[in-house]
Write a protein that binds this ligand. Structure first.
Ligand code: TRP
Length: 337
C-alpha cells in the first residue's frame, strides 16, 4: 500500500515565489514519484480563524489558490484536491480532540504564540484561533496521513498533532496514524526573502511578494525594485552580495552556478550595475514562471472546471473521512446504531 501524504494552504491570498520554492516544487516531485496517495487542500476553515470578519476574501481565494495549484502542475488525477469546509467529519473530529489538549498546551505552541503576538490580540484571543492546531490535527488524521510536507514553521503543529494521536490511541485504542513532518529537501530554499530584502519573508501584508499570477510586466517591475546594496551607488563602485536580494534569488533560481559566481565576483570588485544583474534574474525567473503563468491564464477561463475539480476531490476526501470517523466513533463507544 502507498503511503498517505497530506498538506494544505490557507486560502488567504494568491501563492507567491516563496510558496513555490518552499513547498509547491517539492509537492510536485512527491506527486510525480508515485510513492504516495496525495491529498492537498484549501484550509478555508483555518483561514477563517483569523479572517472570520472577511469571509469574501477567503471565498475569492479558493479559486485563486486552486488556479495556482493546477498551474504549477498539481494533477487532479494524481492528487486529491479538496476544500476543508466540505469535509464535515473534520469539525466533529476536532470536537473529540479538544478533550485531549489543555489550554496551557495550546498557549505554549510556538507558532500560535508568535501569531498571537503578531496579531496583537492581547487578552482577547478568539477561542477558534487558539484551537486551530486541534483542527489541524483533524485535517492530518482524517486520511491517516503518514507524511505531512510543511515548512519549518509548521513543526509545532505536527508535534501537537502527534501528541493528540498518541493520547487518542492510548485512551480509545489504536485507530489514528502517527504522522511525520516532511521538511523541504536539504538544499531547497527554506525561505525566500521578499523583494524589499530586510530578511522578512514574502507576504501579502508586507506587499513584498512576486506572485505566480504576476504578468511579465509586473515581474520585470518588481525585479527592478528589488533591494540590492544601498551603498552601491555608481556602477564602478564595489558592491556587496550579502543581504543583496537579487543574488539571494540567483542562488535559488539560476541553474548556471558558475555564471552566478562570475557575476558575484564582478559585482564585488566593481563595474557591474544592478540593472544588468536584475535583467539576468528576470530572464531566469521569467523562463521558469512563463509556462505556469500561461497555464494559469487558460485555466482562469474555465472557473467551472476548476471548481468541479475541487468538488470531485472533496467527495473523494469525504469518503475517506467518513470511514475514519466511523472508526473513531466506535473506539469512543458512541457508535450507537
Ligand atoms: N497551517 C498551514 C499553513 O498556515 C495550513 C494547514 C492547515 C495545513 N491544515 C494543515 C498544513 C494540515 C499541513 C497539514 O500554511
Amino acid at each position: 500500500m502507498k503511503k498517505v501524504l497530506l498538506t494544505g494552504d490557507r486560502p488567504s491570498g494568491q501563492l507567491h515565489l516563496g510558496h513555490y520554492v518552499g513547498s509547491l516544487k517539492n509537492r510536485l516531485a512527491l506527486q510525480e514519484s508515485g510513492e504516495y496517495d496525495c491529498f492537498v487542500f484549501l484550509a478555508d476553515v483555518q483561514a477563517l480563524t483569523d479572517n472570520f470578519d472577511n469571509p469574501q476574501k477567503v471565498r475569492d481565494n479558493i479559486l485563486e489558490v486552486a488556479l495556482d495549484y493546477l498551474a504549477v502542475g498539481l494533477d487532479p488525477t494524481k492528487t486529491t484536491l479538496f476544500i476543508q469546509s466540505l469535509i464535515r467529519a473534520l469539525p466533529e473530529l476536532t470536537v473529540y480532540y479538544l478533550n485531549l489538549v489543555t489550554v496551557a498546551r495550546l498557549e505554549r505552541n510556538p507558532t500560535v504564540k508568535a501569531e498571537i503576538a503578531q496579531k496583537e490580540f492581547g487578552p482577547s484571543i478568539p477561542a477558534g484561533f487558539l484551537c486551530y492546531p486541534i483542527s489541524q490535527a483533524a485535517d492530518i488524521t482524517f486520511c491517516k496521513a503518514d507524511v505531512v510536507p510543511v515548512g519549518i514553521d509548521q513543526m509545532p503543529m505536527i508535534e501537537q498533532c502527534r501528541e493528540i494521536v498518541r493520547s487518542f490511541n492510548q485512551i480509545y485504542g489504536e485507530v489514528l496514524k502517527l504522522p511525520e513532518a516532511m521538511l523541504p529537501p536539504a538544499g531547497a530554499a527554506q525561505r525566500l526573502p521578499g523583494i524589499t530584502g530586510n530578511d522578512s519573508k514574502m507576504s501579502k501584508s508586507l506587499n513584498n511578494g512576486i506572485y505566480l499570477a504576476d504578468d511579465e510586466k509586473t515581474l520585470r517591475a518588481k525585479i527592478r525594485q528589488m533591494y540590492t546594496d544601498p551603498a552601491h551607488l555608481r556602477v564602478e563602485d564595489p558592491g556587496h552580495i550579502e543581504g543583496n536580494t537579487v543574488f539571494t534569488y540567483l542562488d535559488v533560481f539560476a541553474a548556471d552556478k558558475a555564471e552566478v559566481q562570475r557575476l558575484k565576483e564582478h559585482y564585488q570588485s566593481g563595474g557591474l550595475g544592478d540593472v544588468k544583474v536584475k535583467d539576468y534574474l528576470f530572464e531566469i525567473l521569467n523562463a521558469e514562471l512563463r509556462p505556469i503563468r500561461e497555464r494559469r491564464i487558460e485555466l482562469a477561463k474555465e472557473p467551472g472546471y476548476v471548481m468541479q475539480v475541487l468538488k470531485d476531490g472533496s467527495a473523494k476526501a469525504n469518503e475517506v473521512a467518513e470511514a475514519t470517523l466511523a472508526e473513531v466513533r466506535k473506539a469512543m463507544r458512541i457508535d450507537y446504531f
